[in-house]
Design a protein. Structure first.
Length: 267
């Protein structure tokens, strides 16, 4: 779930999902062990932590004082897979969940209320999991967006089919003011919000592959100053390296969640 969306009493100029609907608005990790998760990502990415307003099972990760991501230790309680998930801003979580089901996707959790909004965990028709959030964005969300600490890419069976699915669920390319734009560049579907690239969709994933890394999924990328140092820290702290290059590495934390670290932004 989005981990820190509650705004303080009297806060002004708080953006809501109605202002940025359809765009990625947060990334969050479902984990089993909050303390172990904090220790691993602190070692690998240098994150600090602050409490989240949703309770003791939730934390906000900070990089240089700016929010990066959320951690929710609910995988065991909700019998969910440990995974990094992107969240998309929607005008109505209930409507988004209904659209997903109408188009052959599934609902894992929700929609449920997390004042001042509603959230749901969903999966597209190829099985890639994602979340939606309706309501106020956390109070320093603009800092998160400007810093662009994370980037998301969908590895899927058919990028065009996926773009149609998400477009119908999230109101992409509708022509409404503020709607995300969809284009095709370099063999990939590219999603833009306010002119900025916020996600990419690529074909080639295999729906029934035995390796989860090959099946359709959203991959979350975090930007790091030293990819090699991240790789070494991951191995030293119980994680594993799925692939590594000079500028990018795909890692797995001790609980099994996959993520990418990249030396430069590749929007």
């Amino acid at each position: 779930m989005n981990d820190d969306m509650t705004s303080p009493a009297g806060a002004r100029n708080v953006l809501s999902t109605h202002a940025v609907y359809g765009a990625p608005c947060w990334v969050s990790l479902t984990s089993r062990d909050l303390k172990a998760t904090e220790e691993f990502y602190s070692a690998v990415l240098g994150w600090q932590w602050r409490p989240a307003k949703l309770g003791e099972r939730h934390r906000i990760a900070l990089a240089d004082g700016a929010p990066v991501a959320g951690i929710a230790a609910v995988a065991g309680m909700w019998q969910m897979a440990v995974a990094w998930l992107p969240y998309f801003a929607v005008g109505s979580a209930d409507q988004a969940a209904a659209r997903v089901q109408e188009r052959g996707g599934t609902t894992a959790v929700g929609p449920i209320s997390f004042p001042p909004g509603r959230a749901a965990l969903l999966a597209d028709r190829d099985g890639a999991a994602f979340g939606v959030w309706e309501g106020d964005l956390f109070t320093d969300w603009e800092t998160w967006r400007r810093a662009q600490p994370a980037f998301i890419r969908l590895h899927t069976r058919d990028a065009f089919d996926a773009a149609i699915f998400y477009g119908e669920v999230l109101d992409w390319a509708t022509g409404r003011p503020g709607a995300c734009e969809v284009g095709y560049e370099g063999g990939e579907v590219v999603l833009r919000s306010a002119g900025e690239v916020v996600a990419r969709i690529e074909s080639g994933a295999l729906e029934a592959a035995p390796d989860p890394a090959v099946r359709p999924h959203w991959q979350v990328h975090f930007f790091a100053a030293d990819v090699g140092a991240c790789v070494r820290a991951a191995e030293l702290h119980g994680g594993s390296v799925l692939s590594a290059g000079e500028d990018e590495a795909v890692l797995r934390d001790p609980d099994g969640a996959r993520f990418t670290v990249a030396a430069r932004r590749r929007p």
